[in-house]
Design a protein around this ligand. Structure first.
Ligand SMILES: [Mg+2]
Length: 111
């Protein structure tokens, strides 16, 4: 993970793009890339969406958009000084408390 952070940071620094990489701009860019990912799936049936990686051309587009999302998420976390893996693991611990297995197994109900 830190390798990716370092590479994305270097990519920005080599181009003198740090000046554009404000948290606001990066959050907006991240949302834009999530939108591009959604666009790849939005008109598919649930069955078609589940099978999207079986179509090589669609799979390449989905893979590219996931990559874009990861790059902007990584860069945003770096600029904000957030350890992405630590933040995700902390959140996972919190969600595990809110949704104990014995109460939540097989249920999509929100708490
Ligand atoms: Mg994209």
């Amino acid at each position: 993970m830190s390798d990716l952070t370092t590479q994305v940071r270097a990519f920005a620094e080599e181009r003198d793009w740090q000046q554009f990489h404000t948290p606001k701009n990066l959050a907006m860019a991240l949302a834009g890339e999530v939108g591009e990912l959604l666009a790849e799936l939005q008109w598919l049936t649930p069955e078609q969406a589940a099978a999207v990686m079986e179509d090589p051309e669609a799979a390449a587009r989905v893979r590219a958009e996931i990559g874009d999302v990861m790059i902007y998420l990584t860069r945003l976390a770096d600029v904000l000084g957030i350890d992405l893996v630590e933040a995700a693991l902390t959140k996972l611990d919190e969600v595990a408390v809110r949704y104990p297995v014995h109460q939540s197994k097989g249920s999509a109900a929100k708490r």
